[in-house]
Ligand binder design. Structure first.
Ligand SMILES: Nc1ncnc2c1ncn2[C@@H]1O[C@H](COP(=O)(O)OP(=O)(O)OP(=O)(O)O)[C@@H](O)[C@H]1O
Ligand SMILES: [Mg+2]
Length: 153
């Protein structure tokens, strides 16, 4: 269903989620601290509810945001000082909601195909299955990993 895309900020051919046509619905910074994953989750869910997204979207957005934020904490910028921050932004472009999580590490995510005995490696597969599209953008000092959902009629 979903299609992964990695793009540079300067790429003219794909207008990723947080571009000019997008209305920013909310933005939040959290410390790189696992205790803050739940507040990031709630933030995304609340925006989906406040903006009357279709029925299943608050749950799905919360779940996928949880995977991406956890990845940013676990895999992104692990060598950076603890006070560094993650940014979560939620935007709307017509019927599409984009959730975008920025971390200050330029290693890009890699979709894995975990076999039945592996206990990890499924987060992005879940994102791929439940999103319209997902991908990443490299920035000068880090990257954003984002996903999109069809959230409004
Ligand atoms: N924000 C990120 N920064 C750097 N690498 C990432 C990031 N997100 C994901 N990755 C890489 O992509 C891989 C796949 O991520 P995925 O979420 O599918 O699995 P996982 O995090 O290893 O396990 P699980 O999510 O099942 O606990 C990770 O193992 C990691 O190598
Ligand atoms: Mg993961």
């Amino acid at each position: 269903m979903a299609e992964a895309m990695g793009t540079q900020m300067t790429s003219p051919d794909y207008h990723y989620g947080m571009g000019e046509r997008v209305v920013l619905l909310g933005q939040k910074w959290i410390p790189r601290d696992e205790k803050c994953i739940s507040s990031a989750r709630r933030f995304v869910r609340d925006i989906a509810l406040d903006w009357y997204t279709t029925e299943e979207v608050p749950d799905i957005a919360e779940l996928l945001a949880s995977e991406i934020v956890t990845n940013a904490l676990v895999h992104g910028a692990v060598d950076f000082p603890t006070p560094s921050t993650l940014r979560i932004a939620v935007g709307r472009d017509g019927p599409v909601m984009t959730v975008d999580v920025y971390d200050s590490c330029i290693t890009v995510p890699e979709l894995r195909r975990a076999d039945s005995l592996e206990t990890s490696g499924r987060g992005l597969a879940i994102v791929e299955t439940l999103s319209l599209k997902w991908g990443w953008n490299l920035h000068r000092h880090g990257k954003s990993v984002w996903f999109q959902l069809a959230a409004w009629p």
